[in-house]
Ligand binder design. Structure first.
Ligand code: TYM
Length: 337
């Protein structure tokens, strides 16, 4: 107990919108388990964020359960970490309201993700989409997290979180820990689409050949890698500017095998792209197989997963309540005392 009191807190979350890709895994989820001994970790399924774009209700429920199982299958130990569903802890929405009063529409409308998603979902540019980063700041600040493992695309949202924390602390006195990001230093922070290596790999890509999901079977994985766009050269060398497709495949290979990029370049020296793509596909499929088996086992025991979510929500709510009470006191909400 004493040891955990000394540990710094860490928070991250993943949206249960569509299938989780190997980009989500390489950029974020694989670091979740790695950090669980060093930090007091809190991980959420961000369903409140997910509804900022249209979701089918039954599918969202299913995705939530599947993502919880995936977290555990990827090595997150529910005995060590707090695992919960964001909508189960009302404090996230409550803090969002307060932070909304210090967040400016100008800064929110400048967020790259807001602009991208507004263009992509022109028929549904809603307030939630614009407020997405304030909800994300609330997630992080409620737990006084010092560290936030995410992919590079979330860097701007983290900056905003830091700005809001500092702004609130300046106005009302020290309340929030100002968090740092934990973003992979290598190109794993931004895994690119297999179909168009100038674009980020995304679960919402209309072209299913652009992304590999954590539940794709071996044949699908290999087929997608075989089709991966490379270049007209035939040298397997890491050079993200010049050879974005090949470099992306090397990054993925490195992430799933643990071999360094230099080792991988050496391994494929003199080989053709066909052999290379097949080897990457096989390495990914082989690494996914045990995760998929574990996830299936967990999904067969819904009561177990429900129990974890319930306990997780209770612990998270307790921690969140402490920060929220402090915030309410600072802003002057009457509490009868
Ligand atoms: P989501 O579900 O869109 O993405 C989950 C995580 O995956 C990372 N990621 C990638 N990393 C590398 N390459 C890619 N192609 C790639 N695509 C996605 C994302 O950076 C993210 O870390 N807004 C968050 C969810 C969230 C959150 C939070 C995160 C809600 N509240 C609080 C941290 C703290 C998101 O982008 O989810």
């Amino acid at each position: 107990m004493e040891e955990s009191a000394a540990k710094k807190k860490l928070f991250s979350a993943v949206q249960p919108s569509g299938s989780v890709t190997i980009g989500n895994y390489i950029g974020a989820i694989r670091n979740f388990a790695k950090l669980q001994d060093e930090y007091e970790c809190i991980y959420a399924v961000a369903d409140l964020h997910a509804i900022t774009v249209r979701q089918e209700a039954a599918q969202l429920r299913r995705n939530t359960l599947e993502l919880m199982a995936l977290f555990i299958a990827c090595g997150i130990n529910p005995e060590k970490c707090v695992l919960f569903v964001q909508s189960h802890v009302p404090a996230h929405c409550e803090l969002t309201w307060v932070l909304n009063t210090i967040a400016y529409p100008g800064e929110l409308s400048r967020m790259t993700q807001f602009k991208d998603k507004s263009a992509k979902h022109a028929e549904n540019v809603n307030m939630g989409l614009m407020d997405y980063p304030v909800l994300m700041a609330s997630d992080i600040l409620l737990y006084q997290a010092a560290l936030v493992p995410v992919g590079a695309d979330q860097k701007q949202h983290l900056e905003l979180t830091r700005d809001l924390a500092i702004r609130f602390n300046n106005r009302y006195g020290a309340t929030f820990t100002v968090p740092d990001g934990y973003i992979p230093k290598d190109s794993g922070a931004r895994v690119m689409s297999l179909a168009d290596p100038s674009k980020k790999m995304s679960k919402s890509d209309e072209n299913p050949n652009g992304f590999v999901t954590m539940s794709d079977d071996k044949d699908t994985v290999i087929r997608k890698f075989k089709r991966a766009v490379t270049d007209s050269d035939s040298v397997i060398r890491y050079a993200p500017e010049e050879k974005p497709g090949v470099s992306n495949l090397l990054t993925i290979y490195h992430a799933f095998t643990g071999k360094s990029i230099a080792e991988a370049e050496k391994e494929f020296e003199g080989k053709g792209y066909g052999d290379f793509k097949l080897a990457v596909g096989e390495a990914v499929a082989d690494a996914l197989a045990p995760i998929q088996a574990e996830r299936a086992k967990l999904l067969a025991d819904k009561a177990y997963l429900n129990g974890i979510m319930q306990r997780g929500a209770e612990s998270a709510a307790r921690m969140a309540r402490r920060t929220l009470s402090k915030v309410y006191r600072k802003v002057g909400f009457y509490s009868g005392e």
